[in-house]
Structure formats: C-alpha cells, structure tokens
Design a protein around this ligand. Sequence first.
Ligand code: GDP
Ligand code: MN
Length: 422
Amino acid sequence: PSSNVVCERGNLLHHIMIVPRAVQLTPRRWLNLQEYQSKKLMSDNGVKVQRFFVADSANEALEAAKRLNAKEIVLKAQILAGGRGKGVFSSGLKGGVHLTKDPQVVGQLAKQMIGYNLATKQTPKEGVKVNKVMVAEALDISRETYLAILMDRSCNGPVLVGSPQGGVDIEEVAASNPELIFKEEIDIIEGIKDSQAQRMAENLGFLGPLKNQAADQIKKLYNLFLKIDATQVEVNPFGETPGGQVVCFDAKINFDDNAEFRQKDIFAMDDKSENEPIENEAAKYDLKYIGLDGNIACFVNGAGLAMATCDIIFLNGGKPANFLDLGGGVKEAQVYQAFKLLTADPKVEAILVNIFGGIVNCAIIANGITKACRELELKVPLVVRLEGELQSISTQETENSHGTVIAFQEHVTDRNLSKCAV
Ligand code: GDP
Ligand code: MN
C-alpha cells in the first residue's frame, strides 16, 4: 500500500491548525522567526530562496531595491503572521506583498508599510505593527505547491505534508480536496529516503528534471528541519519558475523551545518586537506573563492554578487583568520583579496572589511580597493566599507587612474578591 496516507487526514488538519502562524492571537510560547530570518537559515543550508535585503525604513528599502539590481522586485512586510498578501495596512495600503519593477515604487510602498499595522486573516483585528520589510528579487511563478515538514504525534515523528495546490490556505484544500494532501512519514533514525522525496516531488506535480530538483530541495529542507530542532517548516508557496527552478517563495519555521540549549544562535534571533513590552520584561526574569483585559492581577504558580484562579475571579463577577505564572524554582527577587510589573500596569486595580507551596515554598513568596510592599508603595488592594510548604512562616511574614495585605489565607472570601473587583 502507498505510504502516502499513513496518518489519518484529520490529524493533518489538526496539526496545521494547532501550529498557526497567528501567534499574536494566543500568548507566545514558541520561538518565532520572521520570514527573512527563516530564509537566511534556508539559504545557508542549500535551500533555494530569492536574493533579498531587509530594511527598516522607506529610504533603506529604496536603496536595497536599487542594490538588488533585479528585473522585478517583491516587497514583503515582515510580521509573524501569514495571509500577508491579502492583508490591509492601517495606512490604507492594501496587500503586504507587492511586485514592482521600479525601485522608487518600492520606497513609496515601504513608506506605507513601515510603522503601520498590517491586519491579515491570522492577526488580531487591529493588525500587527510592521517594523521591517523584505526587499527581494521577484521571480515569475508558473505553479504554486505547498510543502511542510512537521512533528506529528500520531506518527511518532516527522512527517512531510504536501499538496500540488499551494499558495492558498492549506486548511481550505484539506477541507475541500483532501485527496490533494499527501503525506510521507519519516523514520527519524533512518532519515528521509530518496524514494520518499521523489514520491513527494511527483505528488506535488513536478515533472521532468524539476522532479529531481524538487526532491533535492525536499531533502535539504528535511535535513535543515532536523538540524535546527524545528517543530515545523512550512513553505507556501513551494513554487516553480518558468525558467525551470524550484524555489521556496515563503517560509515559516517553528522551533522546539526545549532545544534552546543547543540552538543558541537561532534563539538569539528571537524577534520579540511583536510581544507586549510587559511580556518581554517578564521573560527577562523567567516569569510567564499573559495579558488579559480585566482589572484584577493574578499572581499564581502553575498554569492549572492560574486557570482555576481566573475562573474563580470570573465566578465572583470580576475580570482578570492578566495571569503571571511564577513557575517552579522561583526566587525571592523574581517575586519582587513580578510585583513591580503588576503594579506598573495602570489597568491593575487589585492583586490576587494564589500560590500553592509545593516546589516553591510559601516563605520565599511571602518574603518577596513583603519586600515588594515595602519598597513599591503598593497602591492597590492585595489579597494573598499561600498554602503548602512553610505556610506558617509565610503567615508571620505577611502579618508584618504593615497592613498592605487586606486579606490573607482563610480570610480570602468572596467578599474580599468582590471588593477587589471594584
Ligand atoms: P503570505 O500571503 O503571508 O503567505 O505571503 P507569501 O510570501 O506567500 O506571498 C503571497 C503571494 O505572493 C504568494 O502566494 C505568491 O503568489 C506571491 N508572491 C510572493 N513572492 C513572489 C514573487 O517573487 N513573484 C511572484 N510572481 N509572486 C510572488
Ligand atoms: Mn505564504
């Protein structure tokens, strides 16, 4: 039997949807690189991409366009979301991807891109601010296919996913023409086989000499995927030119955060410009901050407790302003920093601390809180619940906090919470 459809097709859909480019919609957890950064990695590893420069001003874009000395130029807004081609800028400009033969036009278009928000199907409504543009040599495209390599849990390893119908939303193809989605499970020990790369190239519709070229690109992409500890490499379109070249016209790579220790160079490229500043500040101290739109700050340890705490707040008629997860091996200084972040946020009108002392003990938290209360002149009510290891010491500590803590432990009642809900 053909090994094309080893996994259920539903899994493909599932996969593509749980590894979205729309990282702005959900709190960031994975390293994300901009297209130009991904393409640099690709070209360094023998994968065919267009010549390009990156610019962060209109003037620089103009200069880059001249320097490219190309017959035609493609100008692409760099944001961490897909669907840019059909996006709209807050400047009014339509389209995050433009083709032109005139470098002056590149300058004019870049002016309407840089500094403005680009909204696409994958971004929040207000869009994402564009800080950089890619100025690349445009190539004619005679055919657009789709190619991705991802870690698939149901296959216990990497899987190649491809479709001869590329350039468009792959979810739509998977829904309307599932027979046009092809898969190749790869044995991670044996690596990708020539026959697999060849079969995928054929399924993608590459003919004649293009078939070998596409198979070669597929193998190189797979080897890159492994080498850089990616969880997903997506090329849409994976196209061919009338001149007979197979080219990766777009690139999106996701990385395994657990591999940070051995991928230092890649993680150093992390583009945090699309994060909320407070998220970046929190990350500096190894705290996980997730912004929400209410007014009660949640200070917790562990995502489960965080969610339960948000639920409690909702059930009592309040709205969480965020949740800030201290994580496991937290130190007193981090607790202090966490408070500093929360109190600097103007939308926070009360703080609820809900900590279970397991890996972290309550005394560390209590010390951090009292230090913060003393030094930061806390202006909002604070409700603390510490339960678990070294709870008794923490009780004493918080009692010494000069009355800033309005409720503690068993005194945390619905009434206290609704008082915080203002
Ligand atoms: P996305 O919309 O964010 O996925 O951005 P892409 O990089 O995929 O670009 C969108 C579309 O623009 C592609 O599907 C292509 O059809 C087109 N495009 C991108 N680069 C080129 C190019 O060099 N030449 C031509 N002719 N079209 C391009
Ligand atoms: Mn694309």
